[in-house]
Design a protein around this ligand. Structure first.
Ligand SMILES: Cc1ncc(C[n+]2csc(CCOP(=O)(O)OP(=O)(O)O)c2C)c(N)n1
Ligand SMILES: [Mg+2]
Length: 283
């Protein structure tokens, strides 16, 4: 692993710790979606940490940027990041999916927690983000709307209807991010419902397309920042990632799409991640 700066080292370590946090939450709940949470947590963290205009001390700030987790089943990744930035207490994370908890299996709208809308029904979060972007334009508010979709989520017809509307209304304040991990619940995206040539499809719908290596911190941050500079059309950042990334037996498989680790699996995953943290620290 080539680490070029101290900051990168800190961010990579944070991301690995977030992955451990996600696994612990899902293991304790014995329910949840580890694969798609592990693949995208770096994107969500870097958005909040390095890109978005968002103050955890004032989550209702009028001109805050908005993040919508359209792939709502990755809620543990969002909760872990919201906890890291100070909006959710760590001990509350372990109430994931329990009766009465504010942290359900899919995000439930709670603006004090930084959750702008309820999501989970695939395609809906993305559609709502078009409404948010339009509203911001009508209110002359220069906030940005970021929305994260899964690649399997792109099977939903409503996604393409929303994509068409976004370019029609020239929503340059809207940035969609696709977690292109290549796997959905029933197998590889190309086997279930082929998406390629994906970049060309978005271009044909009038979008600017930025493709990034989703495991490279600088590419992610630069990709998001460049997306914010595009004028008169929406941008999609297609992020090539690995489902279940950083836990070898969860990588590149649909097995852990919606299956929690058992005790042995959890402990072995933590050991693997700890080793990676040690390597980064020693670099
Ligand atoms: C409308 C709708 N249909 C079906 C589901 C069930 N579901 C949850 S996740 C998922 C697969 C999503 O695949 P992908 O977007 O690739 O997720 P990721 O790989 O990022 O976890 C499905 C079908 C749902 N949540 N909403
Ligand atoms: Mg996927």
């Amino acid at each position: 692993m080539q680490i070029s700066s101290i900051e990168e080292k800190v961010l990579l370590t944070d991301i690995l710790k977030l992955k451990k946090q996600i696994l612990k939450m899902i293991w304790i709940a014995q329910s949840g979606h580890p694969g798609g949470s592990l693949s995208c947590v770096n994107l969500i963290y870097l958005l909040y940490k390095k890109v978005m205009k968002f103050d955890a001390k004032n989550p209702l700030m009028e001109d805050r940027d908005i993040f919508i987790l359209s792939k709502g089943h990755a809620a543990p990744a969002l909760y872990a990041v919201l906890s890291k930035i100070g909006l959710i207490e760590k001990k509350e994370l372990y109430t994931l999916r329990s009766f009465g908890s504010r942290l359900q299996g899919h995000p439930k709208k709670n603006k004090d927690l930084g959750i702008e809308i309820s999501t989970g029904s695939l395609g809906i979060g993305f559609s709502v983000s078009i409404g948010c972007a339009l509203a911001a334009k009508l209110n002359n508010n220069n906030k940005k709307i970021f929305t994260l979709l899964g690649d399997g989520e792109l099977n939903e017809g409503v996604v393409w209807e929303a994509a068409m509307a976004a370019s029609h209304y020239k929503l340059d304040n809207l940035i969609a991010i696709v977690d292109r991990n290549g796997i959905q619940s029933d197998g590889s995206t190309e086997e279930v419902m082929s998406l390629e040539p994906l970049a060309d499809k978005w271009k044909a719908f009038g979008w600017e397309v930025i493709e990034i290596d989703g495991s490279n911190i600088n590419e992610i941050i630069n990709g998001f920042k460049n997306a914010c500079k595009i004028f008169r059309k929406p941008t999609v950042v297609i992020s090539y990632l690995i489902k279940g990334s950083d836990v070898s037996f969860m990588e590149h498989t649909r097995r852990y799409h919606g299956k929690p680790p058992n005790k042995e699996e959890y402990e072995s995953a933590v050991l693997e991640i700890n080793k990676q943290i040690e390597i980064i620290q020693g670099d």
